[in-house]
Design a protein around this ligand. Structure first.
Ligand code: PA5
Length: 323
């Protein structure tokens, strides 16, 4: 049974959630299970010198998750590209993956064309659009009609499939089956950060989850939000920490070396009353649990602020100016 506070947040969300972003967030475990089939449809990258993964926003986060997880699983580099130009070292020996949910994102198309010109083996992951009509060597089509950020399971599964072909063990279905309903902790955190500017911190494989929280708070709840990762932030951001209107969400996993560093930063500069901590397991299940919780927090915050979580009018405005 949901608590009274969660029921109240659900009521507030229902008032603003015209296109039902809630349906997608609640469906995250099912989307992951369904997306597992896409991980079988990718080419074998054995023999490549690296995998570069281009994508922006909701279509780019998968590259960061893949890089974080593969840094301990694979011997070859995974290079996220959130730019029009892939780095110079991405040459014809690379597999180049272009991820764009709509298929119409200018930066991703530019990067893709450069990869084709450099002779890379190319894989496009898209629901269609212009990218679908470009030259590519391999294509994974994802289901249409989902906001790009809610389609993360379908955009991520092919990337994990590539890693698994190289010997990683990233089981999407297993991770999906372990997800718990995070609505109560989401309620607690949404109420805790409401009215403040949240800063999300993570480390290791949870660093991209912290980044995803920030993006979901931006896009779903129309909030300013920032993120950073340990241990790097202990060498700069702690010096600028201000409790003036800020709150701090920490995504923890079991890593003794990092936990000491988190504890030190919190003790030194962050007032305990603005800290909200969550602990997750290791590897893919931990990352997906952290993301699922953050997605719910962003929805409940949208409800608290009276913001419809689906439209991204300002992103569209920027894209319109660039088209
Ligand atoms: O969440 C969003 O809508 C954005 O972050 C988009 O994902 C981003 O603008 C890129 O578009 P696309 O995912 O269609 O390539």
């Amino acid at each position: 049974m949901p608590s009274k506070r969660t029921e109240e947040l659900e009521r507030r969300l229902a008032r603003v959630d015209g296109e039902s972003m809630r349906r997608h967030v609640e469906g995250f475990p099912e989307y992951l299970s369904d997306a597992a089939r896409l991980s079988e449809r990718v080419p074998d990258p054995s023999g490549k010198s690296g995998i570069a993964v281009a994508g922006m926003g909701g279509s780019g986060i998968g590259a960061e998750i893949m890089r974080a997880l593969c840094s301990t699983e694979l011997d070859l580099p995974v290079v996220p590209v959130h730019d029009c130009k892939p780095p110079r070292f991405v040459d014809g020996d690379y597999l180049f993956v272009s991820v764009s949910y709509s298929g119409d994102t200018g930066e991703t198309i530019s990067a893709h064309r450069r990869a084709v010109a450099r002779g890379c083996d190319t894989l496009a992951v898209t629901s269609g659009g212009r990218l679908g009509g470009e030259e590519w060597d391999h294509l994974v089509e994802v289901p249409r009609g989902i906001p790009p950020r809610a389609a993360l399971p379908y955009l991520l599964a092919p990337l994990l499939g590539l890693a698994n072909r190289l010997g990683a063990d990233l089981d999407v279905e297993d991770a999906a089956s372990r997800l718990e309903n995070p609505r109560e902790p989401a309620t607690e955190t949404a109420l805790g950060i409401h009215g403040s500017i949240p800063v999300i911190y993570g480390y290791g494989a949870l660093a991209p989850a912290a980044y995803r929280w920030k993006c979901q708070l931006n896009e779903n709840s129309g909030s300013s939000a920032f993120w950073n990762y340990f241990p790097e932030l202990n060498h700069n951001e702690v010096e600028g920490w201000s409790d003036d209107g800020m709150s701090c969400v920490v995504l923890r996993s079991t890593d003794d070396e990092m936990e000491r560093r988190v504890d030190a930063a919190l003790e030194a500069v962050v007032p305990a009353e603005v800290v909200h901590e969550h602990e997750f397991g290791d590897g893919l299940p931990g990352v997906l649990s952290a993301i699922h919780l953050g997605d719910w927090v962003s929805l409940y915050l949208a409800g608290l602020k009276g913001v419809d979580p689906t439209p991204v009018n300002d992103i569209e405005k920027v894209k319109g100016l660039l088209s």
